[in-house]
Write a protein that binds this ligand. Structure first.
Ligand code: DQQ
Length: 543
């Protein structure tokens, strides 16, 4: 029951029990969505890794199947690690994944559906020619850093390409392989891309995006041409953070060149500035969109989980973030994400707060929704910008630090204003998602924060704050926020999806009926709520 498991989510993807990590091989086949994921069939800690498998017709409700890929041959006998699906011509899905061989080396294997007329693709077979890619004496590949093959893309030369994540010393590498038949692969002389000091690149993802202004359509992974740019995302093993760049894929040289000012690491762009890792996109040709899946990774140690399990207390249950549509912003400088529209089918009992002023130093309750399981959309207008504090240029890449220093309860100039979710009436506990506006010469900087510092009276959980500057002009645009609340998950989309922050929280008091929802303004200047809608979310059928 929800009282025994106050942190179990109602509409996020999770297995019925046990450990889960990376989303693997997402795809759509014969109208059925597939999600595979890294899973331990034997316990609540990482180990014995197989590809667990679920299917869905709407990306919201999921049916579990038996594990699709599990150790069965020398090339994967010590584990079936992450990888990707590719739909080959004539609608033939295949999976490339990393296997751990008897020498504990990382090698790349292929698996095929046993029966293509089964839309659920429950059985997968592997050829004896596995592995297809392996470290050798000659190819200089680091055998403990060679994993997570991407979805393949087909060049105009009818040759397939995939990238495998790797490193050489501390240089992160996206090793490029080519094949005419998807079975025989030859390593290219040069990586698709590499970057110094970034360490091992886990779960690389490489895909085209449309540059047509205002276009939210997704493109097939093999698309190329004049209205296309490319995105390379890497998951950095050293910091457990993901970064992406936007750039140009040079088909002649077969290399990817990130745009100037676009870098991996430190000040680079991220899909999500909170807990989000090992993500992967796929092209949904049925709805012409590209969809992003990401794992909400925890920072609590394995030891804690074992202890919690042993003492009978809730064991951390890992969760996937909601699937998000992803496209290129019209500026061409960043991506935009939005929860898939199907999620809105779970909305019920809409509550509207009429447009109103939110006075400096005030808080209003949004009542009438189940605040522990909700979807909230709010837009603010800031008619008077005079009290905005001065922006210091050295803050440009320090959003997270600013959000740690200026928490929600700090009295500011223009902001902090936003919402408090999973909050108790006395504010003993709350998670706040808010904005602060700074004056930057003749322009303004809009900081979005997710403040977990008061999320739980339990002091052994991680309460780090997260932040990002939003590319929003408060003199011309509303400042919008959508937040999905699901018991222990808070997933926020600022500026219509230009800045995303996901957090995991473990409130003690603000669970079930003890959870409340507020809008607040702790700035000295008043702000206008131009619209606020909240919905209770129904429970999805998840596995
Ligand atoms: N998880 C997998 C690896 C991948 C890592 C192993 C990323 O293939 O590099 O479970 O979280």
């Amino acid at each position: 029951s929800s009282r025994d498991q106050p942190y179990r989510t109602a509409y996020h993807f999770q297995p019925p029990k046990n450990w889960m990590n990376d989303p693997n091989g997402p795809m759509i086949y014969k109208g059925i969505y597939h999600l595979f994921y890294q899973y331990n069939p034997k316990g609540a800690v990482w180990g014995n890794i197989v590809w667990a498998h679920s299917t869905s017709t709407d990306l919201v409700n999921w049916t579990p199947h038996e594990p699709a890929i599990f150790p069965s041959q020398p090339s994967d006998i010590n584990g079936c690690w992450s990888g990707s699906a590719t739909i080959l011509p004539r609608d033939k899905p295949v999976i490339l994944y990393t296997g751990i061989n008897p020498q504990k080396q990382q090698v790349q294997n292929i698996a095929f559906p046993k029966n293509l007329s089964d839309p659920y693709l429950v059985e997968w077979v592997k050829p004896h020619t596995n592995p297809l890619m392996a470290p050798t004496q000659n190819n200089m590949i680091n055998s403990s850093s060679f994993r997570d093959p991407t979805t393949g893309w087909l060049g105009p030369d009818k040759v397939w390409r995939v990238v495998v994540g790797s490193k050489n010393q501390s240089r992160g590498l996206g090793i490029l392989y080519r094949s005419k038949d998807f079975l025989h692969w030859v390593k290219a002389k040069y990586p698709l891309h590499s970057a110094p000091g970034t360490g091992m690149w886990e779960c690389p993802d490489f895909f085209p995006v449309s540059t047509l202004a205002g276009s939210r359509v997704g493109l097939d992974t093999s698309a190329h041409g004049s209205h296309v740019k490319h995105v390379l995302k890497v998951s950095l093993d050293d910091t457990k953070k993901e970064y992406y760049t936007i750039g140009v894929y040079d088909l002649v040289k077969d290399i990817y060149v990130p745009d100037a000012g676009s870098i991996e690491g430190d000040s680079g762009l991220r899909y999500d500035y909170g807990k989000f890792y090992a993500s992967k996109t796929f092209f949904d040709g049925y709805k012409s969109r590209r969809i992003l899946w990401g794992w909400i990774n925890e920072s609590s140690s394995v030891g804690d989980d074992v202890k919690k399990g042993w003492s009978g207390v809730q064991v951390t249950q890992y969760v996937q973030a909601v699937p998000r549509a992803i496209w290129l912003h019209q500026s061409g400088k960043q991506l935009v994400q939005w929860p898939i529209q199907e999620l809105e089918t779970l909305r019920t009992g809409k509550v509207n707060v009429p447009s109103r002023l939110l006075k400096g130093g005030s808080r209003i309750e949004v009542s009438g929704v189940t605040a522990s399981q909700a979807d909230v959309e709010v837009a603010f207008e800031v008619p008077k910008l005079g009290k905005a504090q001065k922006f210091d240029p050295s803050w440009t890449h320090k959003a997270q630090d600013l959000c740690t220093q200026n928490v929600a309860k700090t009295r500011g100039g223009l902001g902090p204003f936003g919402i408090m979710v999973l909050a108790t009436e006395g504010l003993e506990e709350y998670t706040a998602i808010y904005f602060t506006i700074f004056k930057n010469h003749s322009r303004y900087a809009v900081l979005m924060c997710s403040d977990q510092s008061k999320s739980s009276l339990n002091n052994s959980t991680d309460k780090a704050n997260y932040g990002v500057f939003l590319n929003v002009d408060p003199t011309k645009e509303k400042i919008s926020l959508r937040t999905l609340v699901d018991h222990s998950i808070v997933e926020s989309f600022g500026g219509e999806g230009k800045g995303c922050i996901t957090s995991r929280v473990y409130p003690i008091l603000a669970t079930g009926g003890g959870a409340h929802l507020y809008a607040f303004n702790n700035g000295r200047e008043d702000v206008q709520i131009s619209s606020l809608s909240a919905w209770s979310m129904r429970k999805a059928h998840v596995n």
